[in-house]
Design a protein around this ligand. Sequence first.
Ligand code: CMC
Length: 389
Amino acid sequence: TGAVTFDPGFMNTAATTSAITYIDGDQGILRYRGYPIDQLAQHSSFLEVSYLLIYGNLPTPTELAAFDNRIRRHTLLHEELKGFFGGFPRDAHPMPVLSSAVSALSTFYQDSLDPFDDEQVELSTFRLMAKLPVIAAYAHKKSIGQPMLYPDNSMNLVENFMRLCFGLPAEPYDLDPTMVKALDLLLILHADHEQNCSTSTVRLVGSSNANMFASISAGINALFGPLHGGANEAVLNMLREIKAKGMQPEDFMEKVKNKEDGVKLMGFGHRVYKNYDPRAKIVKATAHDILSKLGGNDELLDIAMRLEEKALADDYFIERKLYPNVDFYTGLIYKAMGFPEKMFTVLFAIGRLPGWIAQWREMMQDPQTKIGRPRQLYTGAGERHYPAR
Ligand code: CMC
């Protein structure tokens, strides 16, 4: 086995080759399958980006329509799965509800669990793409005590999700095109990010030949953490607290710099980006526009912008190359759309789903894949003898 290299947090260890996403953290470059994120953000749609990530190339219009149609045909949840939502406390956080429900999909589709059966993998892909937004919307409805609506397959994935989250059975739901467009853009920005914590989790679980539902359920749990997907919720809480306490951004920065109570500037810093996160750049550029159209909270946006301005001019942040990441401004937009804080990370999960699927599929098809099994450096006791009693 040879010498073992010690690399906590995988700072320098590549665990896989991958042809899906390219990041240059020093330059602040992000490309999906070769296409720069800003071009996709401007011209593409979440559905098209999902196809691109999963199949490797942009679809023709016919391919995109077929992809869209197949997803629409799988939106219904098994009625028994709906019963499942009643088993959680009313104030349950929707992330563990989401991961549990995705895990439970393995029990409803027991014939499609072979990770090497291409047809079944394709079916699981469509089921997940179609059902995750529905599960997410139901977790939300349950938490606010409202009835769950059936999906309306005349709508696409993003439109349907909006209606399932905000519609009521008693009245027609008017889609707000600004909101649909804004959410579509945010989902594109979250769709993949190479070997981040949740994607690596999906791969590690899948490397044991676990099925796609089980692997992605694990990824959702990894995303729940505040250092990963949970950061968008944490940012909004931070901004709120600064406002509620009437704090000046400068005073909050002092706390961060002195590492008082482990306070961090949430939404700042990244393992790979040592430059402005290109996704954050796009969100920031659109935040003002979207917030003015949706009537968002300008005061919190002002606090966020002042924090950013201070941070970018501060030696602490400059020396450590800490820049805003994708989560810094997204929460403000989600809030303006009407999503409660608890749903923010769920939105991240819906966005990241095609990336997880693409990475899982790439791994399963890769002849180099081996079961993931990190080594350790043992630091415990030497041999001890069990005392005679
Ligand atoms: N505020 C204050 N100090 C920070 C921050 C921050 N947000 N991020 C890093 N630092 C400091 C950290 O304390 C350390 O300082 P020192 O050298 O004095 O010990 C130095 O910068 C290096 O940071 P690190 O924690 O060793 O870096 P990492 O690559 O292990 O962690 C990170 C990356 C994203 C977990 C971290 O920057 C962080 O906790 N940020 C806040 C949470 C956040 O916004 N997460 C979302 C990440 S982007 C979306 C996603 O992928 O989920």
